[in-house]
Structures are given as structure tokens and as C-alpha cells.
Design a protein around this ligand. Structure first.
Ligand code: AMP
Length: 215
């Protein structure tokens, strides 16, 4: 099973991807997570990407395609994968098509998670992440607060707001989404595997996707 998850920042792609991973035994490929890891490790890719990321801008397509090409070759992708946060531009989608064709791979579903903009804004500004690089647990100050304010339940480290989740960076991320990523919806709409689901309550969204996948 190979799935592309589309949706604005804060649409719930990460949460839904994790639920689908459990259900289908496939892997989540989040370019955002891979890039954050590269930044933390101080690799060449990380150094190139961090300025774009902190400003809420998109990392250049060549860097992203390099990451994807390397990632889908790994043995854990044999049963399938879910792209979370990729593709983000039409050139990325075109490059992906070529890459998959060369590997004789097809996509089973392109799922667009739909959420009103005010919900997205509230979700993003209320997210807190564990500062411990080995933990990175995610909380929400309204819907999933930690037991002790500002402290991770799992490891006791301080919770922080990601650099790209300050209000200023979020505004840029959303503007970037509308300019560069939303056109992908039109690009994919005519594809027979495309469908959209409302993404307000994770369990309902997940159930709907599973029903539509019919597997
Ligand atoms: P995310 O966690 O998916 O919101 O990604 C965090 C940041 O990583 C984004 O704001 C971008 O700077 C960068 N990024 C992640 N995926 C991509 C992608 N497919 N294309 C370009 N930049 C990306």
C-alpha cells in the first residue's frame, strides 16, 4: 500500500499517518521529520535546510527529491509507505511520478485532509514538543496537555514551541502552502485514486480513509 497524504500544516497528516502505519504495517515518510533529524545531526542536508525551515519556507526541490529517492530504497519500504508532507510542489509531484515509474511502483491513494483555516491556526499555535531530541513527544495545550505544565510526561524534559511554530513562521508556512502546495490538489484531482476527507476528529477521519481504501 502506497499513500500520499495532502493537507495544510496542522491538518493532522502526522497523526493520521501514524494510525495508517499501525493498520497497514507500512512506514511513514515525513520529509519534515527527516529534515529535522538532519538539522539535529548537523549533516550537509541539515545545514542547507535549516534556514528555510526556520523561516517557514520550503526547502528546495532537489534536496527533497534526494531524500525521497534514498528513503524509498530502504528495505522497510517493501510493504509500502505513506508520504506525509511530500510532495509539496508541482515539480516535486512530477519528479515523484518519474521516480516511481522508473521503479515500477504505483500510488494506491492520494488523500487530502480538509480543515478550515481557523482550526489549523489554533492547532499549530497550541502544539508543544518535547525538547529532548530522543523523545520529541507532541502535546497540545488544549486537547492533549501534559500532566505538569511545560514538562514532558514521558521523559520529564522541557516542552517547547518548535521554531517554525511561532505565530510569525506559521503565517509564512500557511502562505507558502496556499501558493505552492494547494495547486497540487488540482493537479491530483483528476487522478482516480484521489479523494478528500474532513479532518476534524482523528478517529473519524481514519475510519473514513480505511473505508474508502476498502482494504
Ligand atoms: P512539516 O513538519 O512537514 O511541516 O515540515 C517542516 C518544514 O520542513 C517545512 O516548513 C519546510 O520548510 C520543510 N519541508 C518538509 N517537507 C518539505 C517538502 N516536501 N518540500 C519542501 N520543504 C519541506
Amino acid at each position: 500500500m502506497r499513500i500520499i497524504l495532502l493537507g495544510a500544516p496542522g491538518a493532522g497528516k502526522g497523526t493520521i499517518a501514524k494510525m495508517l502505519v499501525e493498520k497497514y504495517g507500512i512506514v511513514q515518510i515525513s520529509t519534515g521529520d527527516i529534515l529535522r533529524q538532519a538539522v539535529k545531526e548537523g549533516t550537509e542536508t541539515g545545514k542547507k535546510a535549516s534556514e528555510y525551515m526556520n523561516a517557514g519556507k520550503l526547502v528546495p526541490d532537489e534536496i527533497i527529491m534526494g531524500i525521497i529517492e534514498e528513503r524509498i530504497e530502504k528495505p522497510d519500504c517493501a510493504k509500502g509507505f505513506i508520504f506525509d508532507g511530500f510532495p509539496r510542489t508541482i515539480p516535486q509531484a512530477e519528479a515523484l511520478e518519474k521516480l516511481l515509474a522508473a521503479k515500477d511502483m504505483t500510488i494506491d491513494a492520494i488523500v487530502n485532509l480538509e480543515v478550515p483555516e481557523d482550526v489549523v491556526l489554533k492547532r499549530l499555535t497550541s502544539r508543544r514538543t518535547c525538547s529532548n531530541p530522543d523523545c520529541q513527544a507532541i502535546y497540545n495545550i488544549y486537547t492533549m496537555p501534559p500532566e505538569k505544565e511545560g514538562i514532558c510526561d514521558k521523559c520529564g524534559s522541557k516542552l517547547v514551541q518548535r521554531d517554525d511554530e511561532t505565530e510569525e513562521a506559521i503565517k509564512v508556512r500557511l502562505a507558502t502552502y496556499y501558493e505552492k502546495t494547494q495547486p497540487l490538489i488540482d493537479y491530483y484531482k483528476s487522478n482516480k485514486t484521489y479523494f478528500a476527507v474532513s479532518s476534524l476528529i482523528a478517529q473519524e477521519t481514519f475510519d473514513e480513509i480505511v473505508k474508502r481504501l476498502g482494504k
